[in-house]
Design a binder for this molecule. Structure first.
Ligand code: C2E
Ligand code: C2E
Length: 91
C-alpha cells in the first residue's frame, strides 16, 4: 500500500500484554487475538486498532474510553500518544 496515511494512533504492544496479570488483561488479550485472527496477522509485536475498538473495550471493562485509554497506557500496552485520541461518545 502507498505510505500516504497518517501514522496509526492506537498501537497495542503485544509483548507487554503477555506479561500482564491475566485477570486484568484477559479481555484485552482475547480481543487483540481476535483482531489478529481476523486480519491473519500473527507476526507483529504491535497491533494497530480502531478507535471503535477502544469504545468496545470500554464497554467490556465498564469504564469510560478516556479512563480505559489511560489505564492501558499505565499498563504499558498502549502508546502514550493515544491519550486524548479516543473521543467520548456523545450519544
Ligand atoms: P482485513 O484486514 O483482512 O480484515 C477483515 C475483517 O476483520 C474486517 O472486515 C473486520 O470485520 C475485521 N477486522 C480486522 N481488523 C479489525 C479491527 O482492528 N477492528 C475490528 N473491529 N475489526 C477488525 P472489514 O471491516 O469489512 O474490512 C475489510 C478490509 O478492509 C480489511 O481486511 C482491510 O484490508 C481493509 N480495512 C478496513 N478498515 C481498515 C482500516 O482502518 N485500515 C486498514 N489498513 N485497512 C482497513
Ligand atoms: P481507525 O479505524 O481508527 O484505524 C486505525 C488503524 O488500525 C488503521 O490505520 C490500521 O492500521 C488498523 N486497522 C483498523 N482496522 C483494520 C482492518 O480492518 N484491517 C487492518 N489490516 N488494519 C486495520 P490506517 O490504516 O492508517 O487507517 C487510518 C484511518 O483511516 C482509520 O482509523 C479509519 O478511520 C480510516 N480507514 C482506513 N481504511 C479504511 C477502510 O477501509 N474503511 C474505513 N471505513 N475507514 C478506513
Amino acid at each position: 500500500a502507498a505510505a500516504a496515511a497518517a501514522p496509526p494512533r492506537l498501537i497495542l504492544d503485544l509483548e507487554a500484554l503477555q506479561h500482564l496479570d491475566a485477570s486484568e488483561a484477559g479481555p484485552l488479550t482475547r480481543y487483540a487475538a481476535t483482531i489478529q485472527a481476523q486480519r491473519g496477522d500473527y507476526n507483529g509485536k504491535v497491533l494497530s486498532i480502531r478507535q471503535d475498538d477502544m469504545r468496545t473495550l470500554a464497554v467490556i471493562y465498564d469504564e469510560s474510553p478516556t479512563t480505559l485509554t489511560e489505564r492501558f497506557i499505565s499498563w504499558g500496552v498502549l502508546n502514550p500518544e493515544a491519550k486524548g485520541e479516543v473521543e467520548e461518545s456523545s450519544e
